[in-house]
Structures are given as C-alpha cells and as structure tokens.
Ligand binder design. Structure first.
Ligand code: VG1
Ligand code: CO
Length: 472
C-alpha cells in the first residue's frame, strides 16, 4: 500500500495517507538510520503548507524522538530544498519532509532527504522499504509525547548561504522587476522576502498559503499560471525599460518555470539553458552537466559549444543527485523544472534557480526572453510540450511494453530513426525531434513528451501519440 515513487511516497489524504501510516514510514526511516549507525547525528523534520502537513510532521518527529534520536522540527512550513540544506547544515542523518509537492490538493506525501542533503537514492529507499515490511501489522500508538522535539528555524542559515552564491547588488542595479508566484505553496515568504531585503522590486501573486491551492494544482505549467502571466505582461507594458520577469515555483519550492515581459512562458528547458549559459559565461564556473531523458536537445548543443561532458539519466532528481555526489557537476536539470547547481546541495532548488535567473538577466543586461531568443538564433528553435493522460492501474506498463515490443516504423509522417528505452519509450526522428512515452511515478498518469522545431510539429506529434496509446 505504501509505495515510493519518483521522489518519496505520495498518497491520497485519509485514504492511504493517514497518521497511522505516517508513523509507520517515520519508524521505518528511523530504523534505517539506526541500522546505518547514524543515530547520533539526529534528524531534521519539515513540512509544506498542505492540509495537515504540520500535524503529520509533528507525528513523524515524535516517533523519531521516542526512538532516541535528536529531532529538530522546523518551526514553520518551508520549501523542500531548505529542509535539505538543514540536513547539511546540521550534519544530520537525514530529513523527513512532509509534502506532496506538485500533486493535487487531496494528496500528501513524505520525501526522505539523506545525510548528503539530497533525495534518497534507490538503495536507501530499498532499505527503508525492507524496514517497512518488517513493521507490517504493527500499529504505532497515537498521542505520542512531543516534548523531546526541538523546534528550530532553518530559514536563516539557508538564506545566509544564498548570499554567498548570488550577487544581489548586481540584480539590484539591473532594474529588475519581479512577479513571484509561489502557487500558494511553501516557498511563499522566501523569494519575495529575500528580494525585498535587497530592495529589489517584487510583486507576489498566490502567496497566501492555501491547502486547496486556489483550485489549481501547484505545478508550474502555463495552464496553472494565468495570473502570473497576465501580471507579468501588464508590468512589462508599464515598464518597457526594466528587466521584468515572472517566476513560478511548485508547491514545495523545488521546481521553477518563468514568464517574460511579453507574457511568453519560459519553460524549464529554456530556464535550464539560460542557467547553463549564465554559469559558464558570466559566473565562470565549470564542471559537467546532467540532464534527464526528457530534456531538450538544446542542452546537448550548449555542452558541445562549451566542451562540457554531458550525462543523461532517467527521470527523477535522485539520479542527478547520485552523479552530483560522485563527480564535479556544474548543473543538473529535469523537464519538470527541478534544477540544481554546484557549490550548494545535491538537490533541486527553485528559490536559488530563481535568483540565478535574475542574476543571468542582470549580467547579460538582457531580459530572459531576449536571452532565449539569442539561444534560438544561435542553435535553432526548439518547441516543446507535454500531454498527461489519465490511465487505469497497470495500463501504463502494458502500453509501454507494447510500444517497446513493436515500435512503429513511421510516426507523424517521419521515419523513426532510433528507439530508446532509458526511461519509458522514446522515438527519435531524423530532424532531431522526439517523442517520449512514460508512466508517472507520482500520479496515475501516462506522460507524453515531445520536442520539435515548431509548435505545430509538437502538437501533431502529441495528437498522434495519444491516438497510438489509445489504440493499444
Ligand atoms: C515528476 C517529474 C519529475 C520530478 C518528480 C518529483 O515525476 O516528472 O521530474 O522529479 O515529479 O517532483 P513523475 O514520475 O510524476 O513524472 V516534485 O517537485 O512533485 O517532488
Ligand atoms: Co516539488
């Protein structure tokens, strides 16, 4: 019943996500920590502002304290990367984050951040799953004493570290005007507050915590960002000489997307490309690059230009994190907007990436839309979209195995040049365009991703992809 997916365990509140199951998962994590000989290092616990997240966090913290761990519980809701940073800062054995991130409001979840301050790698999750199995049939009593849990504020140390990475003065000098959309999630009070501290102009939309997320899933996709798009466009019209940008983060602040002053959506592929260019050209950082299987070819082109080694992984930041722990990785990113950079934590961080975008604009003296247009001029245009289809249980596996077994020779009037199976099934065409079919590990959805030369091409591929799936 308790399944760990792309990042942690997610389930519907009151269905599988109950206090009793939260206690069980917390106990399994505690047992893993004790077996790993890390009990003395303590545990940090945090939560987003979903329905009952704080209460679930208190319960998980109480389980850990009762089992003899030093437990530091965040005194307020916080983004996932802030909790990860607290793991690093306190040299803790790990962190429990109560969040269902981008999922619809009826979900909640638990992400486990390991001692290296990033998402649990597969082998750790497997050990936790084993502990969970051993606990089968056990009921951990409610009304646990909460007295041994220490309340702590993790914000100060995190923000202090941002000041070491970001050149706030140059952002301030650049006439940046920011519209920030935390999507009613736990990054509200972060990006906005930090910018205000440096007297950088920022307007916030959807900043009031709301467990119903204003009726919209907190995933930074254009369909969920109408208000941000219109506010940014309006501000762009009013301030044509300033660097106007809209920034959206998901429900737990680890993913990002953006909007330019004309209201154009800047998808995560473009955010990733802009950040890579910025880190190399302006910040003069170096290192290798990691992209997941569903990221734009533009990243390949940039790595080729700058002569950077490029790694490709399945979808899920834990795969990027694994490489960040082993190698000198400059930046890693996912299609969903999760991106992380060196000199910080091996973790995606929407707050930091938002600040890096502002820094990129300031140092290039150009708006984000302008930087993207430059990239298109240099490398050609890349258009992208995704279609999520609701599917029944087990249907995903069936569809994908059929596609793997007998891929079409032609698709959308193009010859299938290559079929790749790193994660799901990807058809690659001669003109570099591609389509990928993959089952989500966080929701009961089949995702169809497509990249082509223009929007019509992408739309046609997605329509044909849906037809193909429905015919199976
Ligand atoms: C999705 C995204 C993936 C991301 C994961 C967790 O996974 O595609 O890139 O790492 O969500 O993000 P899936 O398996 O549903 O496609 V978060 O911000 O919801 O923790
Ligand atoms: Co998230």
């Amino acid at each position: 019943m308790i399944k760990f997916g792309t990042d942690g365990w997610r389930a519907r509140i009151a269905d599988d996500f109950t206090f009793s199951n939260v206690r069980l998962v917390a106990k399994a994590i505690v047992n893993y920590i004790i077996n790993a000989g890390q009990k003395e290092k303590g545990l940090v616990v945090g939560y987003d502002n979903r329905f009952l997240s704080k209460e679930y966090a208190e319960e998980a913290a109480a389980v850990a304290a009762l089992n003899g761990l030093d437990v530091y519980l965040s005194e307020e809701s916080l983004p996932s990367p802030v909790l990860s940073f607290a793991v690093k800062n306190k040299s803790a054995a790990g962190g429990i984050m109560i969040t269902a991130s981008h999922n619809p409001p009826e979900y909640n979840g638990i992400k486990f951040k390991a001692e290296y301050a990033g998402s649990a790698l597969k082998e750790i999750t497997n050990k936790i799953k084993k502990e969970l199995k051993l606990l089968e049939g056990t009921e951990i009593t409610k009304d646990l004493p909460k007295t041994n849990v220490k309340k702590e504020n993790f914000k100060k140390a995190y923000v202090g570290n941002l000041k070491n990475i970001i050149d706030f003065e140059s952002i301030k000098r650049s006439n940046a005007k920011v519209v920030f959309d935390p999507m009613h999630g736990s990054s509200s009070g972060y990006l906005g507050e930090i910018l205000k501290e440096f007297k950088i102009e920022v307007t916030e939309v959807n900043s009031v915590p709301d467990p119903l997320f204003g009726g919209i899933s907190p995933e930074p996709l254009p369909k969920n960002l109408e208000e941000l798009i219109s506010e940014t466009k309006e501000l762009g019209l009013k301030s044509p000489d300033d660097l106007v940008i809209g920034i959206a983060l998901d429900g737990d602040g680890d993913r990002i997307s953006a909007v330019d002053s004309s209201g154009m959506f800047i998808n995560p592929h473009n955010v990733f490309s802009v950040l890579l260019k910025h880190l190399i050209e302006n910040k003069k950082w170096s290192g290798e690059v990691v992209k997941t299987f569903n990221i734009t070819r533009l990243i390949d082109k940039l790595c080729n230009k700058y002569d950077l080694k490029l790694h490709e992984t399945p979808i899920g930041f834990k795969y990027i994190c694994e490489l960040m722990l082993q190698r000198d990785i400059l930046i890693g990113g996912e299609e969903s907007g999760g991106m992380g950079v060196k000199n910080h934590i091996p973790e995606r961080d929407g707050v930091l990436c938002g600040l890096l975008l502002l820094e990129a604009q300031a140092m290039a003296k150009k708006s984000i839309g302008g930087i993207v247009k430059d990239l298109y001029r240099e490398f050609g245009e890349y258009s992208y979209d995704r279609n999520d289809i609701h599917i029944g249980k087990d249907r995903g596996a069936e569809i994908l195995s059929k596609l793997k077994e007998s891929p079409p020779k032609d698709f959308c009037k193009k010859k299938v040049k290559d079929v790749r199976n790193l994660d799901g099934v990807k058809f690659v065409f001669a003109d570099e365009s591609w389509i990928l079919f993959r089952a989500s590990g966080t929701e009961p959805l089949l995702r169809i991703y497509a990249e082509g030369k223009n929007a019509d091409d992408v739309e046609a591929m997605l329509a044909e992809g849906e037809k193909l799936v429905q015919g199976i």
